[in-house]
Design a protein around this ligand. Structure first.
Ligand code: A2P
Length: 347
């Protein structure tokens, strides 16, 4: 009989948590026992898995016993508090938060890009930021052919990045506006319905917000080079759950759009969506619920001979978060990398 694993989802009631549950079921991950963990607020709730209703438990030391894999998506402070405890109890934690991503002892993994990094884990593997995952899946195959020198990204990020409550808030705001009422913003800082605003993460001394710096620093870590120059402008838009990105790439020598198109049409995790006649390119509504990153509008940058423009959309909750985490878990199982954790990691 093939091996099965004891899995816990920390943050099971959230936007990413419920998607993790769905993916574990639909991808038939080999599970012998599944624990659904969240905060005290969710006590009494149950969620369905393979036709069975499973009760949500509040996170505790005891709840983390007898678990092989923890898929954590309950925010950075919750991960900081519980991930090392889970590792001490023998689990491997795949963490969706930003808590450990830039820790040099923690691999930051996109399975289509740097699966080999997973092998060096000491109990925690970090799932990158959603915009970073989507961008790296599309840019890595090109970078394999000619080194990217510089990336200029502009993002159009959906409400789902701020969680299930933010998604609900946008719907409530939209319906308030349509009824002639003032939209109320409680989860996000400003009304997002019929609006957009620069990403609401803290801004550093150079004027870059945290989300933008995640794209810079995490991409370099995933690609294994500090040499790529990267800049980003991140914006929240009133889309529910798929992010879009306009990416400008600069190479050392020209990179023809035809070659890029051919490479990307054969790259794992990428689907080319380009109908120039119909002006049909990736859109968030078509990326929603899909596993692949949709890429299109590949064209020569007319302002630079070695520049290439592309446009992408990807489901933020799926490949931007839950799917990437489940793919990491599948990689660990397939490559037999769920070794007993060694004592962990400075924070
Ligand atoms: P709960 O529903 O009990 O608050 P989202 O990103 O969609 O907002 O979801 C966040 C997830 O993280 C939810 O499942 C939420 O559980 C969980 N969570 C938030 N704070 C904590 C905490 N302190 N301990 C455990 N789970 C938490």
């Amino acid at each position: 009989m093939s091996k099965t694993y004891r899995v816990a989802i920390l943050g099971a009631t959230g936007a990413v948590g419920t998607e993790l549950l769905e993916l574990l079921e639909s991808r038939n991950f080999p599970i012998s026992d599944l624990k659904l963990l969240a905060s005290e607020r969710s006590v009494g709730r149950s969620l369905s898995f393979k036709g069975e209703n499973l009760l949500v438990e509040p996170i505790s030391d005891r709840a983390l016993e007898n678990v092989d894999i923890v898929l954590a998506s309950a925010g950075s402070s919750t991960s900081k508090k519980w991930a090392t405890i889970a590792v001490e109890k023998g689990a491997v934690v795949i963490d969706n938060s930003s808590a450990f991503r830039m820790n040099p002892e923690v691999p930051l993994v996109v399975p289509e890009v740097n699966p080999q990094a997973a092998a060096s884990h000491k109990g925690i593997i970090a799932n990158p930021n959603c915009t970073t995952i989507l961008m790296t899946v599309a840019v890595w195959p090109l970078h394999q052919v000619k080194s990217v020198q510089r990336i200029i990204a502009a993002t159009y990020q959906s409400a789902s990045g701020a969680g299930a409550k933010a998604m609900a808030e946008v719907k409530t705001q939209a319906s308030a506006i349509l009824q002639g009422q003032e939209p109320i913003a409680e989860i996000l800082p400003y009304p997002l319905a019929f609006n957009l605003f620069p990403h609401n993460t803290p801004i550093n001394d150079f004027g870059y917000c945290e989300e933008e710096m995640k794209m810079v620093n995490e991409t370099r870590k995933i690609f294994g080079t500090q040499q790529i120059r990267i800049t980003a402008t991140c914006v929240r838009v009133p889309v529910l759950r798929a992010h879009s990105e306009a990416i400008n790439l600069e190479f050392e020598t020209p990179f023809s759009p035809e070659t890029a198109r051919e490479i990307l049409s054969n790259s794992p995790g990428v689907k080319l969506v380009e109908d120039w006649q119909a002006n049909h390119f990736p859109m968030p509504i078509e990326a929603t619920g899909k596993d692949e990153v949709l890429v299109g509008r590949i064209r020569q940058d007319i302002s630079h001979p070695c520049g290439l423009e592309l446009w992408l959309c990807g489901d933020q909750i799926r490949k931007g978060a839950a799917l990437n985490a489940v793919q990491i878990a599948e990689l660990l199982v397939e490559k037999n990398l769920l070794k007993p954790a060694v004592a962990y990691v400075s924070q």
